[in-house]
Structures are given as structure tokens and as C-alpha cells.
Ligand binder design. Structure first.
Ligand SMILES: *Cc1c(COP(=O)(O)O)cnc(C)c1O
Length: 397
């Protein structure tokens, strides 16, 4: 290592001293509800594979067929020679699914958020953002060089206040964007979207919702939070991911044809980074078909969620404000949350510990994510392990 990079080693030493240095556990083989992780078979409560589609035979077959028909790479960015017929099909299928005029597929949910916010705002514009919004939204806000105003989490008075400030601060002829996650990734609560939309409209602001954890989870057949709240046609920009419930990889923006045509001219991840390879695109198409055909997996996801959360609460755990399969088990103290996660792993359950700066100090937790693929036995086994370790650590009585 060169002398110039020595500071990195020093930073790592600091993290280690604080107990914050972590290397990822390794999933050996398939990403499933029961998986082999670091050499141990565990009940896996750490993936975002809500519907179990990451290993679904129909998606795997679609991917294999696309390799045969289209090869393994797309060869260019979307706007040069990297728009394949498969991309077009995926966007048509998604637009129908989301009930919007059009869709643009990005390489990830991250690039969809960051690229979209940065493309539609400019210096002098204002973005009003929930304090718990995802990092990719925050990065997009920074890249846009718009003025950023953050309102307290889900606080509608706070939102109104920031919009009033925005009205004063926005440049002549400038725009204001209100952006919120549909489901918040660390607490599993659902944004009060009808209020957000109503207030934003009073101020003539653009509305955007990031449905990474709502796609495939909320709404009829998993159409997302706009459908869940009956707000079709009222949210300007819907972002979704193909990497979580859809089980593959990618992100997208759903909205008006004008919005999509504009982003195709201006969104930098679309202009400067290569598009999805055929296997990924084809597997995503198959996933959406599957979700349209049946809502059985989503129903099972919610049954499992109700079972798991009721059992945890009955044993005295604090699951915070969760309203979705994202289940925080709030511990408070950072070292104790990490100990809970580590000891759960020894007991055959993988649920990630999450501490500052991902969540506020004193709110450290283990985050468990339920999927449709878990059996009742998996969940009961996990709850029993939580209870054993929780007692040992004095988290529950
Ligand atoms: C995971 C996540 C993203 C990023 O999606 P990827 O497809 O994994 O890049 C964006 N927003 C939220 C709220 C997320 O949880």
C-alpha cells in the first residue's frame, strides 16, 4: 500500500476499535429462505427476496432462453446501441403493471433514484425530502445541486413548513419536488402518501415516491404504494426496483410518456452506463408476468408477516412502527443489537444487526425480513431463537 493511502488503514483501525468494522457474510449457493451462509444452514431473514423469485424456476428458464437467443451482454448504453427488444418488452410489461403511460428501466433502483432526481432538478430548484429517505434519493438531490429541505419523518406539518420555505427560496420559474419512500427500509412503516400528495399539490410541487420496498409487497398484485392508496394518476414519478420482490436486478421509473422521453434524453445512468444483459431483462419480464397471473405469493408473504410479528410481540419484543414484512427488533444499545444478531446466527437464524449511522443512535436493532418462501416452521424456529437469545441478553423478560 502506498504511503498516500495509509489513512485508510487508520480509518479501518478506528472502526475496529468502535466495533463497527464488518465483513459481509457469504451466501453459499442459492438465496433462499433457508440458505447456507458462512458454512451454516440458517433461516435467512436478511434478504429482500420477498416473493422468493430470486430462485424461481420460471425466471431461471427465461434467463436461460434469453442467453440462447440474445447472448450475455447488451453491448452499449441504452441511447447508443444498448436498447434491445427485451428492454422494450420489459418497459411495456411494467407500464401495464403499474398502470402508467410509460416506464424507463435503469440498471438499479439506486441509479433510477439518483439519475432521475438529478435530471429533473437544477440549481435554484428545491427538493423537499423525508429525513428517512434512501441514500440514493439523497445522492440524487446532491447531484442536482438543488436546495435540499428535509422534513421530520412522515411529519405532514413539517412537510408543509418546508414547502412554505421552498415557495420563498425557489428561483424564479423554478421547480419544487416532494419525494418520499413508499415503505421505509429500516422501520417498515408506510408513508402517508395521500397526505403527501394533497399537500404537495397545494404548492404545485412535483411528487415522487420510491417504491423499492413496496413493489411486489403493497397494492393489488404488488403494484406498489400508489395502487395501495388508490392514487393512480396522482403521483408524478414512481420509482421501483427489480432487485427486491421482483427477485433479479434493476430499477425503473413509471410515469407519463413525456417524463420517460425526457429522462431518456437526460438521465446520466441511461446515457453513460450500459443497459441490462438479456438474462436479467428476460427474468424481470417473467417475474412481472408471474405477479400479474397470481397474487398467491403476496398473500403468503402477508400471512407470514402477520404470524412472525404477532409471535415476536407476544414474546415482548419491540417491533417499532412496522406495517410491512420489514420487521425491526429494536434493542437500543449498539453492542447489544450486534450481539443479538451474532448469537442468533449461532442459533441458526440470520438477521442483520443495524446500528448508527444507518439508524439513529440509541435505536440499534436487528432487522428481520419475512418472505413468502418461509414455512411456518422456519418462522417458529426463528421466533424461538429470538426468544432464547433475547432472554439471555436481557432484551425481553
Ligand atoms: C434498496 C433500495 C433502493 C435501491 O434499489 P437497488 O435496486 O438495490 O439499487 C432504493 N430505494 C430504497 C428505499 C431501497 O430500499
Amino acid at each position: 500500500m502506498s504511503e498516500a493511502l495509509r489513512f485508510l488503514a487508520e480509518e479501518l483501525e478506528k472502526l475496529k476499535a468502535q466495533g463497527l468494522f464488518r465483513l459481509p457474510r457469504v451466501v453459499q449457493g442459492r438465496q433462499r429462505a433457508r440458505a447456507v451462509i458462512d458454512g451454516r444452514e440458517v433461516v435467512n431473514l436478511s434478504s429482500n427476496n420477498y416473493l422468493g423469485l430470486a430462485t424461481h424456476p420460471r425466471l431461471q428458464e427465461a434467463a436461460r432462453r434469453a442467453v440462447e437467443s440474445h447472448g450475455v451482454g447488451s453491448g452499449a448504453v441504452r441511447t447508443i446501441a444498448g436498447t434491445q427488444d427485451l428492454h422494450q418488452t420489459l418497459e411495456e410489461v411494467l407500464a401495464r403493471f403499474k398502470r402508467t403511460e410509460a416506464v424507463l428501466v435503469y440498471q438499479s433502483g439506486f441509479t433510477a433514484n439518483a439519475g432521475t432526481v438529478a435530471a429533473i432538478l437544477a440549481p435554484g430548484d428545491v427538493v423537499v425530502s423525508d429525513e428517512l429517505n434512501h441514500a440514493s434519493i439523497i445522492d440524487g438531490c446532491r447531484l442536482s445541486r438543488a436546495t435540499i429541505k428535509v422534513y421530520p419523518h412522515a411529519d405532514m406539518e413539517g412537510l408543509r413548513q418546508k414547502l412554505e420555505e421552498a415557495r420563498r427560496d425557489v428561483r424564479e420559474g423554478g421547480r419544487t419536488l416532494v419525494v418520499t419512500d413508499g415503505v421505509f427500509s429500516m422501520d417498515g412503516d408506510i408513508a402517508p402518501l395521500p397526505d403527501v400528495v394533497r399537500i404537495a399539490r397545494e404548492f404545485g410541487a412535483i411528487t415522487m415516491v420510491d417504491d423499492a420496498h413496496a413493489s411486489g409487497v403493497l397494492g393489488d398484485h404488488g403494484r406498489g404504494s400508489v395502487d395501495h392508496w388508490g392514487l393512480h394518476g396522482q403521483v408524478d414519478i414512481q420509482v421501483g426496483t427489480l432487485s427486491k420482490a421482483v427477485g433479479v436486478l434493476g430499477g425503473y421509473v413509471a410515469g407519463s410518456r413525456t417524463l420517460i422521453e425526457y429522462l431518456l434524453q437526460r438521465a446520466r445512468p441511461i446515457l453513460f452506463s450500459t443497459s441490462h444483459p438479456p438474462a436479467v431483462t428476460a427474468a424481470c419480464i417473467e417475474a412481472i408476468h408471474l405477479m400479474e397471473e397470481s397474487d398467491e405469493l403476496i398473500r403468503r408473504l402477508w400471512e407470514n408477516t402477520r404470524l412472525f410479528q404477532a409471535e415476536l410481540r407476544a414474546r415482548g419484543f419491540d417491533t417499532g412502527r412496522s406495517q410491512t414484512p420489514i420487521t425491526p427488533v429494536i434493542v437500543g444499545e449498539e453492542t447489544k443489537a450486534m450481539a443479538l444478531s451474532d448469537q442468533l446466527f449461532q442459533e441458526g437464524v440470520f438477521a442483520q444487526g443495524i446500528a448508527y449511522p444507518t439508524v439513529p443512535r440509541g435505536k440499534a436493532r436487528v432487522r428481520a425480513i419475512v418472505t413468502a418462501e418461509h414455512s411456518q416452521a422456519d418462522l417458529e424456529e426463528a421466533v424461538a431463537a429470538f426468544a432464547r437469545v433475547g432472554k439471555r441478553l436481557g432484551i425481553i423478560g
